[in-house]
Design a binder for this molecule. Sequence first.
Ligand code: AHZ
Length: 325
Amino acid sequence: MSATATQTEQVTQLQLNAQQPIRHALSDVVKTDDWSDFKFTPIRESTVSRAMTRRYFQDLDKHAVSDVVIIGAGSSGLSAAYVICKNRPDLTVTCVEANVSPGGGAWLGGQLFSAMIMRKPAHLFLEELEIPYEDEGDYVVVKHAALFTSTVLSKVLQFPNFKLFNATAVEDLVTRPAGSNGEVNVAGVVTNWTLVTMAHDLQSCMDPNVIELAGYKEDGTRDLEKKHGVILSTTGHDGPFGAFSAKRIVDIDQTNKLKGMKGLDMNHAEADVVKNSGSYNNVGSVYFAGMEVSELSGCNRMGPTFGAMAVSGIKAAEEILKHFA
Ligand code: AHZ
């Protein structure tokens, strides 16, 4: 075919497309292409304020006592949240995320690259979430890490029993006596706006708020008639906010020391993080998943491969579901 014939064909194709009506969500409201009379329904500014604040404070009120508090909304925390909420819509699940944008490090596959790698069998979780991937044999590739994160996030946020408090940092853990030898249970989290948490050195005391775990009586003892709530910490490896609960828990549990994340070794790291995720032995009601496990248990880091993040979240979620069974 000559160059001229190809160009003519392209022009004809463009003309054909141009003649087709453009369909979109507002096609029936905006007739033809005349936007000159376009209006929104009227609203008062105070209505907008009330619509937001009423819901936020209702959520704060409802989640002030929670069955499950997940600290951190990275890939491991979101994976755990999905499994818990899907299986137990009756549990009140609260996620506290220090950043404005949830997702942790899972918006990129590694360095500044897009693709997210997961080793099999973690691809089964992608199938459950209906996230497309390229099958490379031993591993799969999601075309952009943001596709994984936005999909799991959108599913989790739609569960009625789930609330994400983002831009909110966990500053401390609530503890209650659990024995005569100084044993404690974790019974909640101490929270503050992240911007406040970051400014504690600049301003005098800015007191925090608290989310308490379900299953305690007024006097702070466990109500043995009820299943007590739990905390799942997924705050990632050490950093300005990372490894938060791992560092705090070894202060509380004098019998343990932070092992510290070891160098990168994909083959060992992923299975070790999964094996070591789940409940913490010496302090009641605390579970760990994701890279925070490496800091606590001395596993290697795995670098840019996310299977262990999803699977450790699933494993911790399964243990939490067994606790509530
Ligand atoms: O903002 C943090 C992030 O979104 C949040 N977080 C940390 N401390 C917090 C606190 N209060 C509230 N005190 C807090 N939120 O926790 C989230 C952790 O997400 P992440 O993506 O860093 O952790 P992850 O374990 O889910 O995923 C790790 C991904 C990595 S890092 C890595 C390597 O360096 O080798 N490899 C992988 C796969």
